[in-house]
Design a protein around this ligand. Structure first.
Ligand SMILES: C[S@@+](CC[C@H](N)C(=O)[O-])C[C@H]1O[C@@H](n2cnc3c(N)ncnc32)[C@H](O)[C@@H]1O
Length: 250
């Protein structure tokens, strides 16, 4: 994937410095914003005042924890949250989130794990970088800043990770890109051009069963093939949102 780094308009010196060092890290060109001209198929990394964003195919990806904020407040108002329910956390677990994405669910999991840890994997370099920078921003709500302290993010394919680690986890969570996407989801639409679309296999699940001690949870739409292909002890979720969480108890 060809990349170029620039800044937002009217950058301060800190932004320029960050953009230059990011271009070294990513081994790509740095172009000052005033000289910047988009080139077809090139991913543009933009260093903003308080984070970074990426543009591809006219779609802009940036970190925004609003979904995590909404889900936490709904949960605290007494609404069900099927992710939290399906993981049945005690609060001190070690969780592997195989598919970080925009990090909303990792943030929620970490918040309900006051003494636990969440290790997250993301195979897209760009998505990983944006979420990692986003979680370090200064203007985050306190509870997200606290949750982020127990989140570790690694760049990599979870399929490789699970085949090469000796590490054990209490719970493993996987949220692959849906087979039948919800094109009305603005958050997911911005992620799509950068995302890895690999699906979960029965061999992945078998390996995970040897790595986790409590449960494995897989998220999918009700009409995705996952819930037909693999055996789950239960699937919970809302028919209205068309999203289910399949649970394998260990
Ligand atoms: C549906 S999104 C996850 C959304 C996430 N649960 C959230 O709260 O934002 C799926 C993410 O997993 C990543 N992904 C897909 N397959 C992967 C793999 N094999 N290894 C690591 N990351 C993967 C995609 O690039 C994408 O960012």
């Amino acid at each position: 994937m060809r990349m170029v780094v620039t800044t937002a308009h009217k950058p301060d010196q800190q932004q320029v410095n960050r953009a230059k060092s990011l271009s070294v890290q990513l081994e790509c060109r740095y172009v000052p914003r005033r000289h910047f001209k988009p080139i077809k198929d090139e991913v543009v990394i933009i260093v903003e005042r308080d984070g970074i964003s990426a543009m591809k195919d006219g779609k802009r990806l940036f970190f925004h924890p609003s979904l995590a904020v909404l889900r936490k407040s709904n949960f605290e108002l007494g609404q069900r949250d099927y992710l939290i329910e399906s993981l049945s956390l005690c609060g001190n677990e070690k969780v592997l989130d195989c598919t970080l994405g925009l990090g909303s669910e990792a943030i929620l999991i970490a918040h309900y794990l006051p003494e636990g840890k969440v290790k997250c994997l993301e195979s897209s370099k760009i998505i990983k970088m944006i979420v990692e920078y986003g979680l370090k921003a200064e203007n985050l709500p306190d509870w997200i800043a606290d949750a982020s302290k127990s989140i570790e993010i690694l760049e990599g394919d979870y399929k490789e990770f699970i085949r090469n680690t000796e590490e054990k986890f209490d719970c493993i969570y996987v949220d692959p890109m849906f087979e039948h996407p919800e094109l009305k989801s603005t958050a997911m639409n911005s992620l799509r051009p950068f995302a890895d679309y690999s699906g979960i296999t029965s061999e992945d699940l078998e390996i995970m069963k040897g790595m986790a001690t409590k449960r494995i949870v897989v998220k999918a739409r009700w009409n995705d093939s996952i819930f037909e292909k693999y055996r789950f002890d239960r699937v919970i979720g809302s028919l209205k949102s068309n999203i289910g969480y399949g649970v394998i108890e260990l």
